[in-house]
Design a protein around this ligand. Structure first.
Ligand SMILES: NC(=O)C1=CN([C@@H]2O[C@H](COP(=O)(O)OP(=O)(O)OC[C@H]3O[C@@H](n4cnc5c(N)ncnc54)[C@H](OP(=O)(O)O)[C@@H]3O)[C@@H](O)[C@H]2O)C=CC1
Ligand SMILES: O=C(O)C1=N[C@H](C(=O)O)C[C@H](O)C1
Length: 263
């Protein structure tokens, strides 16, 4: 039995994760971390499952009160970073879906996990199809190094570019040399027209109501275009990856960044 804390239970992802964990035979939800409803239980909060799981606002108090193996964080960047750091310091394994961490923060968490010998997983995307899209893009960039990433999300998303887009760009960087793309003399007449620049490639972020989570990676070569595209149409797409990460983190003593490393 794996004892789990979920941070962000009222959120779009957190609510889905609470249901997933509650329905898994080998998982036990022992507490939730929220920024509201301290001292209440999930069943006291409208819209949350009818279960007697305590809610804490303070992470230290939560770790002190319950016996947890894993914390699943699905909150916001600043809070997710603090939760992850605190969890590693308390020897509770973090499984982090929250995106928007800086590369310095990820490196810092990696070093801390290494120092403490605590298994930790940060995965910018838990959908298996999205991981395949990223890996296929990494393969393609070796042969078609001119690439632009277009990610599209719902308009309640806080971070841009998405964690998936950043991870995709990082994987592509590993398989091609630096390449400043576009015309050497190109000029933006409206700021941002060419998108964000990462290792010479461009990332474009679209935010619209109605969207869930979508990304297209477009490669251009002489006389040809290759598009690699993934769509999450529903947040259930992320649950198998979270389940896998919770199971795998129990056997890890190192830090993992990206679901592709545990698939
Ligand atoms: N890795 C992956 O596969 C995926 C990652 N994500 C990422 O997961 C994160 C959550 O996304 P999503 O569910 O859509 O966002 P939501 O805005 O729906 O949920 C975030 C939740 O965190 C809560 N929260 C804010 N501060 C705290 C705090 N101090 N302690 C506990 N909870 C807090 C918010 O509460 P309140 O509403 O009161 O502010 C809210 O309920 C994002 O970073 C997103 O990018 C999303 C989908 C897939
Ligand atoms: O905020 C979201 O919704 C998502 N965030 C993650 C990201 O930033 O890549 C994963 C997925 O794209 C959904």
């Amino acid at each position: 039995m794996i004892n789990i804390i979920i941070a962000g239970p009222r959120g779009r992802m957190g609510a889905e994760a609470v249901n997933m964990v509650s329905n898994e035979e080998n998982f036990r939800l022992v507490a939730c971390l929220d920024r509201k409803f301290n001292g209440k239980t999930l069943k006291d909060v409208e819209g949350l499952p009818d279960v007697n799981v305590p809610i804490f606002e303070d992470i230290e108090e939560c770790f002190h009160a319950v016996d947890a193996d894993v914390i699943v964080d699905l909150t916001i960047p600043e809070v997710g970073y603090l939760h992850t750091k605190t969890a590693i310091e308390h020897h509770i394994r973090p499984v982090v879906g929250t995106t928007g961490f800086t590369s310095e923060q990820i490196t810092e968490l990696e070093l801390l996990a290494k120092e403490k010998g605590i298994g930790s997983i940060i995965a910018p995307n838990f959908a298996v199809g999205a991981v395949l899209m990223m890996k296929f893009s990494q393969m393609a960039a070796k042969y078609l190094p001119d690439v632009e990433i277009i990610e599209k999300h719902h308009d309640n998303k806080l971070d841009a570019p998405s964690g998936t887009a950043v991870k995709t760009a990082e994987l592509i960087r590993e398989s091609r040399d630096y390449k400043k793309q576009g015309h050497p003399n190109e000029k933006e007449t409206i700021n941002g027209a060419r998108g964000a620049e990462f290792d010479g490639m461009r990332i474009h972020s679209v935010r619209l109501p109605g969207l869930v989570a979508h990304q297209e990676v477009i490669f251009g070569g002489a006389g040809q275009i290759l598009s690699i595209k993934h769509d999450s149409l529903d947040r259930s797409s992320f649950m198998d990856g979270i389940k896998l990460a919770v199971e795998k983190v129990m056997g890890l003593d190192k830090f993992v960044y990206g679901l592709e490393n545990i698939l």
